[in-house]
Design a protein around this ligand. Structure first.
Ligand SMILES: NC(=O)c1ccc[n+]([C@@H]2O[C@H](COP(=O)([O-])OP(=O)(O)OC[C@H]3O[C@@H](n4cnc5c(N)ncnc54)[C@H](OP(=O)(O)O)[C@@H]3O)[C@@H](O)[C@H]2O)c1
Length: 291
């Protein structure tokens, strides 16, 4: 896909992978909306992207994905700014050391990592359909991870099990694959595709703001971070799915480095994908959703 004249929205765009993707899209000439939760971090990153690329059509969109009210307000703001969206990258993600619920009563990892992109994407689907109607299609990329797990649909809030940070993170990120599969089914024939990508392991601030990174982990990253790949490298996997001609019609897949990779078994079950959609729609007050 040619990016000149296209509009992209990247969530979690002030750091790590999201910033690298936003920078590459801006460099290629797209108008980029950088969704960030913190005004200071967001403005600093937006200025950095503009300085690095010379593209002034880079905008900050403030939105905390942990809040459904904020997501609805953010989506309304996107509708005020643009008439069509061509690329949506659901990249924001985090982990929490302790169990906690959001103001909406949802376990925090599930809220930010799964329900956030679920609700935001559904609220932007009309803009993506408009983007697709221009001829080149529109593409959604959900950034997942590679943890072999299964979601407990009877305890999405981790109230009946002892909370485990990586357990909650892994299940919420599996939600990204379930969501991708069911959304692809609902979007068949619309010109809007959706895929999920495992970006590889790379150096970032993942979980740093929300306290998931303890001192030992921070020290490890400081000492051995040089051995990990940089977010710019991981961004290539996302950019491939956003722009490569050979995947223009591919939808509902889970990719690693330019190739589909196996997903946890539960995400191969269409009934499980539909069930998580149903539960997510109920938890976000979305009736029906796409399709
Ligand atoms: N790093 C890895 O090795 C790795 C491996 C597999 C998958 N991933 C995935 O890659 C994606 C990007 O992570 P990263 O490694 O680049 O980490 P990162 O540097 O911490 O970036 C994550 C971004 O998400 C934002 N974010 C977190 N909570 C948010 C919220 N409530 N509302 C809005 N934005 C929020 C963060 O904002 P703040 O700066 O305000 O916290 C930050 O901009 C995540 O989905 C992660 O699960 C990473």
């Amino acid at each position: 896909m040619q990016l000149q004249g296209k509009t992209a929205l990247v969530t979690g765009a002030n750091s790590g992978l999201g910033k690298a993707v936003a920078t590459a899209l801006a460099r290629a000439g797209a108008r980029v909306l950088m969704l960030c939760r913190d005004a200071g971090r967001g403005a600093a990153a937006r200025d950095e992207v503009v300085a690095a690329t010379g593209n002034e059509r880079v905008e900050l969109l403030l939105c905390d994905l942990a809040s459904q009210a904020a997501i609805r307000a953010g989506a309304a703001e996107v509708h005020r700014r643009i008439d069509a969206l061509h690329l949506l990258v659901n990249n924001a993600g985090t982990a929490f050391a302790e169990h906690g619920l959001t103001a909406d009563g949802v376990e925090r990892s599930l809220a930010v990592n799964h329900l956030g992109p679920f609700l935001l994407t559904n609220l932007l689907l009309d803009l993506l359909r408009s983007g697709a109607s221009a001829g080149d299609g529109a593409r959604i990329v959900n950034v997942g991870t590679r943890i072999d797990t299964a979601m407990d649909f009877h305890d999405l809030n981790w109230e009946r099990r002892p909370y485990r940070m990586m357990g909650a993170y892994g299940e919420s990120k599996l939600g990204n694959i379930h969501f991708t599969r069911e959304l692809a089914r609902r979007l068949e024939g619309t010109g809007v595709t959706v895929n999920c990508v495992f970006p590889g392991v790379f150096l970032s601030n993942l979980g740093g703001t929300d306290g998931a990174q303890n001192r030992a982990l921070k020290l490890f990253a400081k000492l051995f971070g040089w051995a990990l790949q940089k977010p710019q490298r991981a961004a290539q996997r996302v950019l491939y799915l956003l722009t490569a001609d050979e995947v223009a019609a591919v939808s509902g897949e889970y990719f690693g480095d330019r190739k589909p990779i196996p997903a946890p078994l539960q995400a191969d079950d269409p009934a499980a994908n539909a069930e998580l959609w149903r539960l997510s729609a109920a938890l976000t007050g979305l009736d029906g959703g796409a399709g």
